[in-house]
Design a binder for this molecule. Structure first.
Ligand SMILES: [Zn+2]
Ligand SMILES: [Zn+2]
Length: 455
């Protein structure tokens, strides 16, 4: 109707002209951005190659000097020295031993955080490399052997090298990068489930690591034995499980083992509880929503074959991917435990402590950044990974800001990844040529996120 109105013609023409101009401008801007991104990508490739030797040297040095959760002082110093050398503003002692470096790009833009965890595990290394760990540490009050059996040594080295790459091109960066080196991903070395000390990520978030400047998106990676060297893997949405710890105490009444009717047998009650708990996942919760796992890991009671003991104590873990389902499972576990005990005239208590939240890759961010990971990995070198029942404290960042956590394969090509010693094994092995892909991926995610934010 408006087209027939002669009075509107000039306006229409003007509108069309404006539209054409705007489209042209948009195209030009998009083109310029694509060209800008390509220049930055080329720089990442050159700079990553240049830092590779140093990356491997850092990794070996850190590997040879592993430190347990909240005791990563040597590692933290190495990191802080490197970030300062690159001219960054550096904060140390965050969440005990954490280090945060801020790199301000030459152009305005979003704040991208990159995270590496620094802690090692109480494991005695059995890998035959010249830089194998002989380190010792204190774990839960006992002296233990220490090893980077989860590969966090590679995460630190990769992020140090990424800092080197991005700092070298900082004038062209349209945004700010926050480098987060956190302690105690595996838990503090003196961790108590009911104590005040907590995971490195949780502590860093509570100390404001995602503020000043406020982080818009966070990226992190984990090396994995389950993927061939250099390949990248990720999935959208829930990707790693929430992990909780539970305790069940069953109180019966002690009596002679030959006359069980004279008491209340907590061993039989505990056995029924163990079996009852397994019906929650298989019979009670919606199996189509998300998977879940309940494992009773310890069961202690009694000290002699012919005595029905007074009590049985059990401990275990629950793995879930959905917050509502998690709470529902906890409630069902409590009900099952107490009702089974009551049915036998015993008493039972159920207690649960939530340790890690589920690692949830924000779908919108994952979709936006997947082409970057695909480009970096190359054809046939990336995959959508299945959900893992392991847990990650990266989840505590993702609870506050959009985050994407992905895997980098480190099992040498030609080996069966299903049989390779897994992360946490004393034989966990890292194929070092894979590591450069971690640097390329983190640098490219940062640059692409920033360039996309300009549109
Ligand atoms: Zn681990
Ligand atoms: Zn780990």
């Amino acid at each position: 109707m408006a087209v027939r109105d002669s009075a509107s013609r000039p306006t229409t023409r003007f509108a069309l002209a404006t539209l054409a101009l705007a489209t042209g401008l948009l195209c030009n801007t998009a083109q310029a951005q694509t060209q800008g991104a390509e220049t930055l990508h080329a720089q990442i490739e050159t700079r990553a190659k240049a830092v590779e030797k140093q990356l491997i040297a850092w990794r070996r040095d850190i590997h040879q000097h592993p430190e347990l959760g909240n005791y990563e002082t040597r590692t933290a110093k190495l990191v802080a020295d490197q970030l300062r050398k690159l001219g960054m503003e550096v904060k140390t002692g965050v969440a005990k031993t954490g280090v945060v470096g801020v790199l301000k790009g030459g152009k305005p833009g979003p704040v991208v955080a990159l995270r590496a965890d620094m802690d090692a595990l109480p494991v005695k290394e059995r890998v035959d490399v010249p830089f194998a760990s002989k380190a010792k540490g204190q774990y839960l009050g006992k002296e233990v052997d220490v090893m980077h059996a989860c590969g966090h040594d590679t995460h630190v080295a990769i992020l140090m090298a990424t800092a080197e790459v991005l700092a070298g091109m900082k004038d062209q960066l349209p945004g700010t990068v926050k480098f987060i080196f956190q302690p105690a991903e595996e838990s503090p070395a003196d961790f108590e489930p009911n104590g005040s000390n907590t995971w490195g990520a949780k502590q860093m978030v509570s100390e404001g690591v995602l503020d000043n400047p406020k982080v818009d998106a966070i990226f992190g990676l984990h090396v994995s034995s389950g993927i061939e060297s250099g390949k990248l893997g990720w999935r959208s949405g829930p990707s790693m499980a929430a992990a909780d710890q539970f305790w069940i105490d069953v109180k019966g009444r002690q009596t002679h083992g030959a006359r069980p009717w004279g008491g209340i047998d907590p061993i039989v009650v505990a056995s029924q509880i163990v079996m009852g708990l397994q019906t929650i996942q298989s019979r009670q919760v919606n199996a189509m929503l998300e998977p879940s796992v309940i494992t009773v890991g310890t069961i202690h009671g009694g000290n002699r074959m012919n005595i029905v003991p007074e009590k049985v104590e059990m401990m275990g873990t629950v793995r879930t991917y959905d917050e509502g389902m998690k709470k529902d499972i906890h409630a069902r576990m409590k009900r099952t435990t107490e009702a089974i005990a009551t049915s036998a005239g015993a008493e039972a208590s159920f207690r649960v402590v939530e340790l890690y939240n589920a690692t949830i890759n924000q779908p919108a961010l994952t979709e936006k950044m997947a082409p970057t990971l695909q480009r970096v990995a190359g054809e046939g070198n990336w995959m959508i990974t299945p959900k893992a029942t392991a847990s990650e404290d990266f989840s505590f960042y993702q609870e506050k800001v959009p985050g994407l956590f992905f895997n980098l394969g480190v099992t040498p090509k030609g080996q069966d990844v299903t049989k390779a010693p897994s992360n946490h094994s004393p034989e966990f092995y890292v194929d070092e040529p894979a590591l450069i892909n971690g640097v390329r991926a983190l640098s490219s995610l940062t640059v692409d996120y920033m360039v996309m934010a300009q549109r």
